[in-house]
Design a binder for this molecule. Structure first.
Ligand SMILES: C[S@@+](CC[C@H](N)C(=O)[O-])C[C@H]1O[C@@H](n2cnc3c(N)ncnc32)[C@H](O)[C@@H]1O
Length: 322
């Protein structure tokens, strides 16, 4: 099975590009059910024979439930936080020097077999390919447990991603950005020549671009693509109205950055949709996991939703093979 690699898209996300004000756009995965779930899981993790248990978060991004929720005081685990984006880990490292941050692919983990008491992952391992979960589970010690929330094909998050992708592609494939850029070109030219005809041309070129963006927003909703499109509409209108305050290079850099950001957003959404698991993918774990592992999975619900958002997957290594 091919290993999915969208590292550049994730690096763009964690670095935060200019068009979204340096902040990653809201991914929509912030339901309070997530924090409740991890608080319970971590509080309920039993002590093991290890003097210092090892807990790992695979594909942690820029934060981790292992940092947000304290382990039971008797445990004092060593934390290992793994992601393949150095930009995500850089954000982590700033605040969390007591954890080991490791830049690595989930498909080639630097964790030795039989080394972890607890492994968690929130919307992460599946990005490395559907065959990755059993590989990661090999790092569990006997009695160790892996708990993952994973993207569900056709679940709520999946549907949201599908909508975002449609909105981004409409913007990338339409004429809005090209027109808007042209309008700025006319606008800047009119400033240097004091040419009123060019001012008119600039306004006439910008109007349909804004209309097109508005119609995408009306169709896909203001929150499509994590609010990125709405912000683009606001920023573009703001800059165009104040064009004399801007240097042309900064505006054209903004357009270039935006295009890159939209492409990387689309790449992440596509990779999420490829990574999402259906029930059959999880049932196959029966064949893929060795006999000393047991597993279970069930739909995970967000607050006030009856439709599943994700899968909750648990794998336990049952037998002490020593
Ligand atoms: C949807 S984000 C989840 C981040 C975090 N766990 C959370 O819930 O906020 C997916 C993360 O997986 C990382 N990632 C994607 N593919 C990966 C791979 N093959 N190996 C390691 N990390 C990967 C990305 O860099 C990103 O930080």
């Amino acid at each position: 099975m091919p290993v999915l690699d969208h590292r550049t898209d994730w690096d763009h996300y964690w670095r935060g590009l200019a068009a979204s004000g340096g902040q990653p756009p809201q991914s929509g995965v912030s339901d309070p059910a997530l924090a409740r779930f991890w608080a319970q899981q971590i509080a309920a993790t039993p002590s093991t024979s290890s003097a210092t248990p090892v807990w790992a978060d695979i594909c942690c991004g820029d934060d981790s439930p292992l940092l947000q929720h304290a382990a039971p005081p008797s445990l004092k685990p060593d934390l290992v936080l793994i992601d393949y984006s150095g930009f995500a880990l850089k954000k982590l490292k700033h605040n969390q020097l007591h954890a080991h941050c490791v830049q690595a692919s989930a498909h080639q983990l630097p964790l030795p077999e039989n080394s972890c008491d607890l492994i968690i992952s929130q919307f992460g391992i599946e990005y490395a390919g559907k065959d990755t979960l059993p590989l990661v589970a090999m790092a569990l010690k006997p009695s160790g447990k892996l708990v993952a929330l994973m993207h569900k094909a056709d679940g709520l998050i999946y549907q949201e991603s599908q909508q975002s992708l449609a909105a981004i592609l409409a913007l990338l494939q339409g004429s809005c950005l090209r027109q808007a850029r042209k309008a700025f070109e006319y606008g800047f030219k009119s400033l240097s020549g004091g040419n009123r005809a060019l001012v008119k041309k600039a306004n006439k070129t910008m109007a349909p671009a804004i209309e097109e963006l508005k119609s995408i927003l009306a169709k896909q909703g203001p929150h499509a693509a994590g609010g990125l499109l709405q912000q683009v509409a606001r920023d573009m209108a703001y800059m165009f109205q104040r064009i004399p305050n801007y240097d042309p290079a900064s505006i054209f850099n903004w357009f270039d950055g935006l295009k890159l950001e939209l492409k990387s957003f689309a790449g992440r959404n596509r990779s999420m949709m490829t990574a999402a698991l259906d029930e059959q993918d999880l049932t196959l774990l029966d064949d893929l996991l060795p006999g000393d592992f047991s597993y279970s999975f069930e739909p995970f619900l967000f607050t006030e939703h009856n439709e599943a958002a994700a899968w909750q997957v648990e794998i336990e290594r049952t037998t002490d093979r020593a």
